[in-house]
Design a protein around this ligand. Structure first.
Ligand code: GAP
Length: 477
């Protein structure tokens, strides 16, 4: 967190803790505890009118950046429920486990890897049961079947990645792609987390933005991991996330997932108040050729036996220049929508205290993420000409950018409310506007005001709302 003293005003930059964001999120309609009318549901959250806009803006920014602005990535949207065999051969049925232990004294149940100093977090005892695996894939049943029919078992996907791998050939052939190229997907994933918590940081239902970048087995995989780390640091910068609040964690060999030869996690300072402030925002993994080969019918093990007798397809790639057939390797940047939203909110949070001791919250979201880009405010809501003009301006701006009309308070209150939800511009229509066809445009961050002709307004705002310019990506290695 940064404290800045400017012209007698104190600014707090970045939220001091997650609780500050929980309270703002509920107060202003970003995120509500789910199922509250029935006492809630642990670690489930509903996104309100502003939250859904913020999530959509994160996903749109990501999609625009990867799928539209680059030339080497296509998008897909696969099913959430896939054939159970996908999860058998991906290794999830066998290995997607958390290790559980029970405290013999208080009967509390915990993840073994989260226990500090061998002490029970509830009662402080050190009397544990043996650790046992708990598969965290969420189960469901398909069709009108008996409760104990094992053939009906299906899973809600724990990652979007597998839906990409099983569509590798479909995309490669229909889009006539040559290596290197990527496939991106954004959507819900589910994990039966043993210890969910910390607001939207760890939940059982969440959203992922994953991209699988397919490259030759002879590519420089480790350099490609570094390349994608750099690209994502740039993108997080474009979302207004301060580089000082990000930290790179080289995952040690013993912690790597079964498919990975190297993983770098980008961590965010979600807990500035704690001794250990970092938690994973996303990971960039070199998944080798594990996924495409494990889902392929032709791959043989060391004894010459098919590793996958159930697959009907071979997901190998024929490389025209070298006349070789192989299973491409994969570099995977895997990010969470919810964790990106939380990081963006924490970084955007600021407080301004004036010399009278009054504190105002200003959410300095990057304009591309702001749920509302412009609020149109009439200075006198009892004057029909002013109200009519303000509503007409709202309607004329709406096709170009997200705008709202608001007359539910005095102008000071309306400004404060828009500052708190991160609206970059307030447009005030006053008596003079009726004469000179001009309005006042107030900037959220500087509170400076400019008089702009109504006919120039859309262009003026669009220019100032331009997304953070991301450099043209260098060619991957
Ligand atoms: N395909 C690889 C994969 O799923 P992961 O590190 O398990 O890797 C990627 O997940 C990202 O998904 C995480 O960095 C995080 O942002 C998000 N994520 C994972 N589990 C989550 C949970 N329970 N709640 C919220 N986000 C989660």
């Amino acid at each position: 967190m940064l404290f800045v003293l400017l012209c007698g005003l104190i600014y707090f930059v970045a939220a001091p803790n997650i609780d500050t964001i929980v309270s703002l999120a509920k107060r202003r309609g970003f995120v509500f505890p789910s199922s509250e009318v029935y006492g809630g549901l642990g670690s489930a959250w509903d996104y309100g009118p502003l939250g859904v806009e913020l999530c959509n803006n994160v996903k749109q920014s990501w999609w625009r950046w990867l799928v539209y602005e680059r030339d080497d990535i296509d998008g897909v949207d696969s099913s959430i429920i896939l054939n159970r065999l996908v999860w058998k051969y991906s290794g999830h049925e066998a290995t997607f486990n958390d290790w559980l232990i029970d405290c013999r004294k208080c009967k509390g149940r915990f993840r073994a890897d989260k226990i500090v100093d061998n002490k029970c977090p509830s009662c402080g005892a050190s009397d544990w049961t043996e650790a046992r695996p708990f598969n965290t894939m969420l189960q469901t049943k398909l069709g009108a079947v008996a409760d104990d029919d094992p053939t009906a078992l299906a899973y809600l996907r724990p990652e979007t990645a597998q839906g990409i791998f099983i569509n590798f050939l479909n995309v490669q052939t229909t889009m006539r792609r040559k290596l290197p190229f990527g496939i991106a997907q954004v959507g819900k994933s589910f994990r039966n987390e043993v210890t969910p918590g910390n607001f939207i940081l760890r939940t059982r239902e969440f959203e992922q933005m994953e991209m699988e970048y397919f490259v030759s087995p002879s590519a420089e995989h480790s350099k490609l991991v570094d390349y994608w780390v750099e690209q994502y640091l740039e993108w997080f910068g474009s979302l207004g996330i301060n580089r000082e609040n990000l930290y790179l964690y080289e995952v040690p060999k013993e912690e790597l997932a079964h498919y990975s030869k190297r993983t770098v996690d980008i961590m965010y300072r979600y807990f500035p108040e704690r001794e250990k402030p970092w938690e994973e925002l996303m990971g960039i993994a070199w998944r080798t050729d594990f996924d495409l080969s494990t889902h392929s019918k032709n791959r043989l093990d060391e004894e010459g036996k098919r590793i996958n007798p159930d697959s009907t397809e071979d997901l190998s790639y024929f490389d025209e220049p070298t006349k070789q057939r192989f299973y491409p390797h994969v570099i995977e940047p895997a990010a969470g929508v919810n964790r990106t939203v939380l990081a963006a909110l924490m970084d955007a949070y600021s407080e301004r205290t004036n010399d009278k001791g009054e504190t105002r919250v200003i959410l300095k979201l990057s304009p591309q993420l702001a749920p509302i880009k412009a609020a149109i405010l009439p200075l006198a809501k009892n004057k029909p000409e002013i109200v009519g003009m303000a509503k007409a301006i709202k309607r004329s701006l709406q096709p170009v950018l997200r705008a709202v009309y608001d007359d539910t308070g005095g102008i000071g209150k309306l400004y404060a409310r828009q500052d708190e939800i991160g609206t970059p511009f307030c447009i005030t229509v006053d008596h003079q506007s009726l004469e000179d066809e001009a309005v006042t445009v107030r900037d959220r961050d500087t509170w400076e005001q400019e008089r702009i002709k109504v006919t120039d307004l859309a262009e003026h705002l669009q220019k100032r709302l331009k997304p953070y310019p991301l450099a043209t990506p260098p060619e991957p290695i």
